[in-house]
Design a protein around this ligand. Structure first.
Ligand code: AGP
Length: 609
């Protein structure tokens, strides 16, 4: 997720773009850049670091440019660096491009363009767009952009300016947000509304497959084929903070609702459905090591640890070697068996968690191979790993991890399939079946999110309870633990997550008429056993809240409350069952008046041991 801004109008492009970038910085903040059209030249400045640093760099530059673009980056391809920062340009520095999203098939294009003599400076996917436009530019920027985008797959919102097309910015959208702002003698384009609210409240939302040419006195929208589209502007009344949260009350809720997109981004370009092939190109250099690994440790903290626990259930079906999930904070003390045939998979949203780093460093000393699953590109963990698979969840601002978790489980799924493919333990047919299910996930996540009202009602009923118990078995056991963790951190209610079968070995003593017990139960996961656990809770007058799928009507007889989500393949249930638990924690927290986005005593990234 990056922030982009385009401007055409008055001779204030530089200052306006820098100001708008400050508002966009929450979308990505590892590097920034600006390009201005000035006196018939393209002037570009960019660097790794925050907008403030870019502003310091360009402060002394006198500018009367009235056309320009700016970018705040959240890296996906290529580490955060001056070179990889946007804008990118063509061989003659005639064209400047900024981009939010991922171009899945940039590599073949890059190779073709290089063969034609184009010189690339960065490791980004974006630079391909600048060179393609250079190839197609015949004095008409919009046409060149349209032609260049034809073969590109992926998600993108781009903004382009060209030295020979003064007074215009061309933008295009495919699966990444873009809004146009209408001013008096000036017009704008940006990734989101907050960036533009200081200048206008009249906005036009671009849809997928649309290109717009912005000039100081006009905005022209066309589809991919050049057909003109008429669209009326909308008046936006939000204040800036509400707008940053896109109208949601908290970042946590916004991030929960971003999950269909986040999951789609984490899957994008990483499989071929027809053949059942999983493509993790980033791990190709490690394929020999992944093939001969004799043992896997999954290492992580907190929510990421629950993602690791989930992966173990999946991977044991996919792979032929022992797998152990370890709390990173305990790893060093457990005398783990480590050698050069051990594979460590470290999972972390931030890539900065000190306990995870300490465990990884311990493993490195023994010569193990380290693969990390990380959201923040260029973070410490990624630099100390042999291979990295990014989750592409986009910046997660709320302390409680939601979209990062779902994308971790998604990517761990892919990684398990990928290793099964490499090691020959999973047939193409089996991989194909798994992928057929995985690609349905974004749509299913959307459906589950529609249950929010029902979850909110449950929160209303139970928000003043002092304790909660969460139970799950098999692949839903880690999700029970995750549900309890989320509720604790957001609402400050004491909550225990337990393997349902373990209840009789202790926690059953806690159950009385005041104890809400959330039971995750499906016919896919030890159904009869969990059903028996539900009976045991009832017999002790506990309050049963069953989270189940729509193929389980019997549960209505024994549960006090039932929340149904669609039936799916077993491998998708952990992801889907997590969502109502995130929403429950959120709404209970709101009802109890806690600081949902920054709960007490916690930090987004725990950099102490
Ligand atoms: C989750 O909601 C937490 N805030 C926390 O448990 C978190 O998952 C843990 O600290 C690990 O963080 P990381 O993924 O950045 O390594």
């Amino acid at each position: 997720m990056c922030g982009i801004i385009g401007y055409v109008g008055k001779p204030r492009a530089k200052d306006l773009i820098l100001e708008a970038l400050q508002k966009l910085e929450y979308r990505g903040y590892d590097s920034t850049g600006i390009a201005l059209l000035e006196n018939g030249k393209l002037w570009i400045e960019k660097k790794a670091g925050k907008v403030r640093e870019l502003a310091e760099l360009v402060n002394n530059k006198e500018s009367n440019a009235s056309t320009g673009i700016g970018h705040s980056r959240w890296a996906t391809h290529g580490e955060p660096s001056d070179i990889n920062a946007h804008p990118h340009w063509d061989c003659r520095k005639n064209i400047a491009v900024i981009h939010n999203g991922i171009i899945e098939n940039y590599l073949p294009y890059k190779e073709k363009l290089q063969a034609k003599g184009h010189e690339f400076l960065s490791q980004t996917d974006t630079e391909v767009i600048a060179h393609l436009i250079e190839e197609n530019y015949k004095g008409h920027l919009e046409e060149a952009v349209r032609k260049s985008l034809q073969g590109l797959h992926g998600a993108f919102a781009i903004a382009v300016i060209a030295k020979d097309s003064p007074g215009e910015v061309v933008v295009a959208r495919q699966c990444s947000p873009l809004v146009l702002g209408l001013g008096q003698g000036e017009n704008f384009a940006a990734s989101d509304i907050p960036a533009l609210l200081n200048y206008t409240r009249d906005m036009v939302f671009l849809n997928d497959g649309e290109i717009a040419t912005i000039r100081s006195d006009s905005i022209k929208i066309t589809d991919w084929n050049g057909k003109i589209i008429e669209r009326k502007p909308q008046r936006i009344e939000w204040d800036v903070v509400t707008a940053q949260k896109q109208g949601y009350k908290h970042f946590m809720l916004k991030e929960i609702h971003e999950q269909p997109d986040s999951v789609a981004n984490s899957l994008r370009g990483r499989y071929a459905l027809e053949t059942g092939e999983v493509r993790l190109h980033e791990l190709e250099p490690l394929s020999a090591k992944l093939k001969k690994a004799k043992m896997i440790y999954l290492i992580a903290c907190g929510t990421a640890y629950h993602a690791g626990m989930t992966a173990k259930y999946l991977w044991q079906e996919y792979l032929d070697l022992p797998i152990s999930v370890e709390l990173a904070s305990e790893f060093r003390y457990s005398h783990p068996y480590l050698d050069k045939d051990t594979l460590v998979v470290a999972i972390s949203q931030s890539g900065e968690t000190m306990d995870t780093m300490a465990a990884v460093r311990k493993a490195r000393e023994a010569g193990t191979t380290i693969v990390s699953i990380v959201n923040v590109v260029g973070s410490t963990l990624t630099r100390e790993s042999d291979g990295v698979v990014y989750t592409h969840a986009g910046p997660e601002i709320s302390v409680a991890s939601t979209k990062a978790t779902l994308t971790q489980i998604t990517v761990l799924n892919l990684l398990g399939l990928y290793m099964g493919q490499l090691r020959g333990t999973l047939s193409a047919q089996k991989r194909k079946e798994a992928l057929d299910n995985l690609v349905k996930l974004p749509k299913l996540v959307e459906i589950v999110l529609k249950k929010e009202k029902e979850v909110e009602q449950l929160a209303q009923t139970f928000y003043n309870k002092a304790n909660f118990l969460f139970l799950g078995r098999d692949i839903l056991c880690p999700i029970a633990l995750e549900g309890a963790l989320k509720l604790k951190e957001i609402s400050y209610i004491h909550a225990e997550g337990y393997a349902a079968g373990e209840m009789k070995h202790g926690p059953i003593a806690l159950i009385d008429q005041n104890m809400p017990v959330i039971v995750l139960v499906t016919k896919n996961s030890a159904y009869d056993k969990v059903f028996a656990n539900v009976e045991e809770v009832r017999a002790r007058k506990g309050i049963v809240i069953a989270l189940t799928d729509d193929r389980n009507k019997e549960i209505e007889r024994v549960a006090d409350y039932v929340l149904e989500i669609p039936h799916t393949a077993k491998l998708l249930t952990p992801m889907l069952f997590t969502i109502p638990l995130q929403l429950l924690a959120y709404h209970v927290g709101v009802l109890r008046g806690t600081d949902v986005d920054q709960p007490r005593n916690l930090a987004k990234s725990v950099t102490v041991e």
